[in-house]
Design a protein around this ligand. Sequence first.
Ligand code: SF4
Ligand code: SF4
Length: 349
Amino acid sequence: MSIKKLSEQALAKWVDKMIAEQSQEVFGIQAKGDRFSFEKLEQAKDLRLDYDVSLQPPKKFFQPPIETLLTFQVKGGYDSVTDDTKFILLGVHPYDMIALNQMTTIFQQDFYDDHYMTRRKNATIIACDVQTPSEHVFAATMGKAVVHEGYDILLTKTNGGYVAEAATEKGKSLLAKATDAQDVTDQDLAARQRTWEDNKNRLNKHELKSHYSYIGRLLEKPGVYEHPVFEEKAKTCFSCGSCTQVCPTCYCFSVSEDVNWDLKSGQRQRSWDGCMLDGFTEVAGGHEFRKKRSDRFRHRIYRKGKYVPGKIGEEVACVGCGRCVGACLPDIANPVNIYNQLIEDFGIA
Ligand code: SF4
Ligand code: SF4
């Protein structure tokens, strides 16, 4: 473990050094109008570690919206395409880090996904504890307000700078380049602990009426699957897919093969898809097994609370980023509202 204190100036100098070295691309959280986005960082002063939430989660760096998996020759033969660019990602919030940890489990679980895993291994992730809670964040109620694994370095704002803790060899060698770093004091560590405790309480704009570990059991109760709340909420759903697009734990994709104009070669691509979209479950013969909007609506709620947690051995697959709440025009996407309705009707035990 390597842990240092960086003043604001020392942090800026360190980041500018990373960019100047050009050995890896550096992406960082930056302002886009009054919103925030992870983009290529040209200078440290553009970095906004005080951001509330990014428009898109950092999953786009690991599972791009569209990517080529392989190129092929129509008469036979193919070449796998793997993006092995090394990069640094700066400013990932704890809930997004936990979402990435979950995705990494998924992408190497049943089938080792070389495309995702190569990107994940080539990334150096500098996480940062939340300084400004977003309008809809509820990471605290989901137990995801702080993170202790997955990142290479964790930054935590304290009085007069940042505590920077390196958790991996990659992180240690990167942090060693912060030449103006100072030793941390007991006061710095105590301040960091206070930030963690505060965030466990204040990242709570929506609150579950039970502990999050109960959601899986709740969804298994007889009668929950048939509860009218799914039909009721889905009445105003546009099937636009915004809630799944912005979700850091949604990873569904579709795969297509396109032949080039020369009719001799082509490529296989995969692109983001989402269970809220009509047609997502369409199979050969035109059959669609979640044709009804309410079935799709319920499926997403079960994915977050039961199906994905069961698959990866976690208690919940919603990290409480709140993005779906802000992205949904009819305001029906908030999982907490659905779970609370079910808790009210089916009880806590
Ligand atoms: S379901 Fe909504 S709040 Fe939960 S992780 Fe996905 S986008 Fe964030
Ligand atoms: S729940 Fe909201 S965001 Fe999601 S598909 Fe329906 S209308 Fe769109």
